[in-house]
Design a protein around this ligand. Structure first.
Ligand code: PGA
Length: 246
C-alpha cells in the first residue's frame, strides 16, 4: 500500500488524476471503476477539464460504479446514476451505454445477478476509484460484511445514514438500503486509488494504515491488495503523525 499525503484536496485530486490518466493512456479500452460521494468530485472535474482541452478521450472506455440506493431510479436527483450522469458522464465523450451503475429499483435478486454477470463480462477494473466511509466502509460494504461477498443488498449503518444526510433535506429522506458491489469484486481490481480528505476521515485513515485486517473495519482488507495508492490530505492523515504511523 502506497501512501501519499497531499497538502490539500485539490493537490490530492491532481495526483489521483495523473495516476488515472497514465492508466487510461496505456489502454484506451480500459475498464474504470467509479465511486460517488463528495471525495471524487475534484478528480471528476479534472477529468472533464483535460477532456475539454482535447487531451483525453473516453470513447472506448467502460465504467462501472460501486453502488446505488435501493428505491431510487435514474431520474431521482439523489440516485447515484443521476449523480454520475450530471457530474461526469454528460461532460465526456463516453458512450452512456458503456457506463454501468447497479439497479436500485425492481427485483433485487435479479439486479444482483445481473450486476455480477456484468462485472464478470467486463473483467476486473483496470483502475478502481474509492472513497472511504468514516466507519471504514468501501462502497456500501458496512462494518461486519463478509469479505467474500460479491454484489448484494445491504442495510446502511446508522453512521452512514447520518454522514450521508448532509446531502439530503433531512435524515428521514436518506434511503436505508443500497445495492453494492462486494469486497471480493473490488479486491479483483488491477489497481486501486483510495482518496480521503478532511477531518472526518482521520480515524478511518488511521485504522486503515494500522494494517490490522478485520471485517469490523471493511477497508482494512485493502492492505492485502497488491497495487493500491492511498491519497489523503493533511487533515485526513493527521492522526498518523500524532500516533506515529507514517
Ligand atoms: P464521501 O463518501 O466521499 O461523500 O465522503 C465516501 C464513502 O462513503 O465511501
Amino acid at each position: 500500500m502506497e501512501l501519499i499525503i497531499s497538502t490539500d484536496e485539490e493537490s490530492g485530486s491532481k495526483i489521483a488524476y495523473e495516476i488515472l490518466k497514465e492508466t487510461l493512456l496505456k489502454n484506451e479500452q480500459a475498464v474504470l471503476g467509479l465511486a460517488t460521494g463528495t471525495t471524487p468530485l475534484k478528480l471528476y472535474q479534472l477529468m472533464i477539464d483535460d477532456y475539454q482541452k482535447g487531451n483525453m478521450s473516453y470513447k472506448n472506455i467502460k465504467t462501472y460504479n460501486l453502488d446505488e440506493y435501493v428505491g431510487l431510479d435514474e431520474n431521482n436527483p439523489q440516485s447515484y446514476r443521476y449523480f454520475m450522469n450530471k457530474i461526469l458522464f454528460e461532460h465526456l465523450d463516453i458512450d452512456l451505454n458503456n457506463t454501468f451503475v447497479p439497479n436500485g429499483i425492481g427485483n433485487q435478486e435479479v439486479s444482483i445477478l445481473e450486476y455480477d454477470k456484468l462485472l464478470k463480462n467486463l473483467g476486473p477494473a483496470d483502475i478502481q476509484i474509492l472513497g472511504i466511509g468514516s466507519n471504514g466502509h468501501i462502497a456500501f460494504n458496512e462494518p461486519g460484511t463478509d469479505f467474500n461477498l460479491t454484489t448484494h443488498v445491504t442495510e446502511l449503518s446508522k453512521s452512514t445514514i447520518k454522514d450521508n444526510s448532509r446531502l439530503f433535506n433531512n435524515i428521514n429522506e436518506v434511503p436505508t438500503k443500497a445495492i453494492t458491489m462486494g469486497i471480493k469484486s473490488i479486491m479483483e481490481s488491477k489497481q486501486i486509488i483510495l482518496m480521503a480528505f478532511g477531518k472526518n476521515k482521520q480515524e478511518a485513515i488511521y485504522q486503515l494504515l494500522s494494517g490490522k485486517i478485520d471485517n469490523k473495519f471493511p477497508a482494512s482488507i485493502l492492505n492485502n491488495h497488491q497495487n493500491i495508492t492511498v491519497i489523503c490530505d493533511k487533515e485526513a492523515s493527521s492522526l498518523l503523525t500524532e500516533k506515529k504511523i507514517d
